[in-house]
Design a protein around this ligand. Sequence first.
Ligand code: HDD
Length: 716
Amino acid sequence: MKPRKPSAKSRPTTLKSESLEPHRMHAEGKVLTTDQGIPISDTDNSLKAGVRGPTLLEDFHFREKLMRFDHERIPERVVHARGAGAHGYFQVYKSLEKYTQARFLTDPSLRTPVFVRFSTVGGSRGSADTVRDVRGFATKFYTEEGNFDLVGNNIPVFFIQDGIKFPDFVHAVKPEPHNEIPQASSAHDSLWDFVSLVPETTHMVMWLMSDRAIPRSFRMMEGFGVHTFRLVNAAGKATLVKFHWKPLLGNHALAWDEAQKLSGKDPDFHRRDLWESIEKGDFPEYELGLQLIPEGDELKYGFDLLDATKLLPEELVPVQRVGKLTLNRNPDNFFAETEQVAFCVANVVPGIDFTNDPLMQARLFSYLDTQLTRLGGPNFAELPINKPVCPVTNHQQDGFGRQAIPTSRANYHPNTLGGGCPVLANPASAFRHFQERVEGHKIRARSGSFSDHFSQATLFYRSLSKPEQEHLVAALEFEIGKVERVEIRERVVNQILVNVDPELAVRVARAVGVTPPKVSKPPKPPKAAGKKGAPSVEASPALSMENSPHDSIRTRKIAALVSDGFAGKELEGVRKALQERGATLELVGPTLSPVTSQEGREERPLRTFSTASSVMYDAVYVPGGAKSVAALRRVPLAVDFVREAYVHCKALALSADAAGLLDSAGVSDLEPAPTKGLDTTRGVVRSAKVETKGFGQLFAESIAHRHWEREAPPPA
Ligand code: HDD
C-alpha cells in the first residue's frame, strides 16, 4: 500500500515538518520486520511444537507482537481527552517590537511552524464531537527561541477564578463517580449542584449554554487565551495582553437538535471536517488578535484583569489583528502527533510572560505535571511532535524513554570538564522574568476585586440576538430539566439565574418545575463591571455570533436529493453557482448506482439516504423533475431530510414540483409555492418552474447563515 501523501494542494514544508521526517516510518517497498529489524515471513501462525501442539516460548516474534499490543494504550488526558490536530504556520503582519521582543512576533518574514489541537473538555477519547461543551484551541508555536504554547478555549472566560478549585469543577462536570454517567454531557446533578453553590461559574455557564458550545466546525469558531498575559519588549517594558483567534470563515453554530443527532450519525463530525478541508486544500485560517492594555490598568475597568471569569469587552479595548495562522497539513499519525502532543501554559518565549491570575498560576504547574502520568516519564519534550525546532542543550539526564544522547562528560553546571558548556545565554536574548514588584502577607483568600459574579453574565445574555437568547433559554431548560434533585434546580434558578436576568429565571423555573422568583423591579441594564464609575458598556455586540462575518459560503457542503428523472441542466446551474462561491454540492440518492437526469445524463450519488442525513450538510437542494420528485416523496428518509433541514433553519432550494416535499414533510408555516418566478421566504428558495433564472444565485446567497426566524411562530 502506498503511504498517505498530503494532497497536491497542501503545502507541508515547514521547519517542523522537515524535523519530523527522520522519525516517519515509510512502509512502501519494505519487508516486515520485528522491532529489532529481523525479517519475518509469517505473522499469521505462532511457532508450535507440532501443528496441533502448544505455542513455544521462544517465538520472539509472537511475544513481541503481543507485548506491543498489550501496551498500546496510554492514559487519556484528564480533561480535553477528545481532540483533533493539524500542522500549519503563523506569520505576523508587521513587527510588534514596540510591545514584545518575541522574534516570531517581530519579524513579518518569518513563518513559524505550529501544531494546533482542538478538543472537547468533558468527554472521553471516543466521545462524540458535537456535544455541548467548551472547545479547546491549543497552539504550539515552534519558534526559533523555543516553544510557545497558547493553550486556549473557544470561550473567553473560565468557570472558576482560582486553580485550586479545578479538580472540584472537573469532578463535578465529568461523569458521576458511582455509575460513570453521563458521557460528555454537563446535563446532570453534580455539575449543576456545583454551579448552584459556586456563583463565580455563572458567566462561563451562560457561554456554555449558548450556541458557542455547539460550533459548526473548528474552522468556524473563535479562540481565546482567556488570561491576561504580558508582552515584554527588549527594553523590559511590559504591556498586558489578551489573545484572540478570529476565524476567517466567521463564527457559526449548529442547532442543538442537530448537534445531538450528529453525535449518532457522525460522532467524528468536527474531526472529519477539519481533516477533509485540509486534504482538499481549504486551509483553515484564523487571525491572531490582541487586546493591549497598559501595565497598571488591571483594575481600570471595574473588574480585575487577573480574574479569568471576566472578559474585556472589545468595545472598550478593540482587538487588533496582528497576524495569521494557517493550518495546511494533517498529521501522518494520530497517536504519534495528536495524542502525544503535550501543551503547557508555562512554555513561553522571551517577550511573553505571565501574570498573577491565580487560575493561570495553577496551570503553570498542572500541565507539566500531568504529562508525567500521560506520557510515562519526564522525557516527553523529546517526542518528535513536542521537540523544539531550535537546539536543546542542558544537563537534564536519564529517565524513561530518553532519546537524546548527551556526548559531554560534564552533566553539571558549572564545569570545566565540558569546557563550561553549555554556556549561559546572553541575558539580552535569554528569557528574563518580568520584574514585577510583589509584596503581601501569606494569605489563603480571594481578592475583593474578584467578587462580582453576575454583571458580565448579564452583559453576555443581553448582548445576544433574540434567537441566540432563545437557544440559551432552551439549553438551560434542557440541562436543568435533566437534574434529578429538585433542590438543585431550585438553587440554580433562585440563586444563580435570577441574578443574571429575572425574566430568564422565571422562564426556566416554569420549564423545570420550580417556584419562579418574584420579579418586582424591572431588570437593571447590564454592564461590563459591577463597579460605579468604571469605563463600561451596556451591550457588547462582539459577543453575539450573529455579528461575525456571514457573507461567505466558502467550504460549505450542500446536499442535492436526486432520483431518476431529476432536472439535470438545472442541477448543473445550481452546482456552478455554489462552486463559484467555494461551496460543494454532493448528490444524495436512493442507492450509490447512477441516476439518470431527464436529459438522459448519468450522475453517481456520493451518498444514499441511509448513509447521509441533512445534519451533515449546510443546506439542501431538491432539483425539479416530476419523476424524481415523485420518487423522493415515497422515500421517508428523503422526506425526513427536507423536514430536518427546515427544522434546523438551513437554507433549502426546492424547484418546481419539489416544493411539494414540504407538504410531505409536514411543513405548514409557509405560504403556498409561487405560481410564477421565485420566492425566498424564511430561507426557502422555491421556483415556479425548473431552471428559473436566478434560482441558484438566490440559494447560494441564503446559505451563509441560519434562518432562525423559522423557530418563531409565523406571523398570524
Ligand atoms: Fe486546562 C488540558 C485549556 C484551565 C489543567 N486545558 C487543556 C487543554 C486545553 C486547556 C485546550 C488541552 C490541550 C491539548 O490539546 O492537549 N485549561 C484550558 C483553559 C483554561 C484551563 C483555556 C482556563 C483559562 N486547565 C485549567 C486549569 C487547570 C488545567 C485551571 C489546572 C489547575 N488542562 C489541565 C491539565 C490538562 C489540560 C490537567 C489535561 C491534559 C493536559 O493538560 O495536557 O493539565
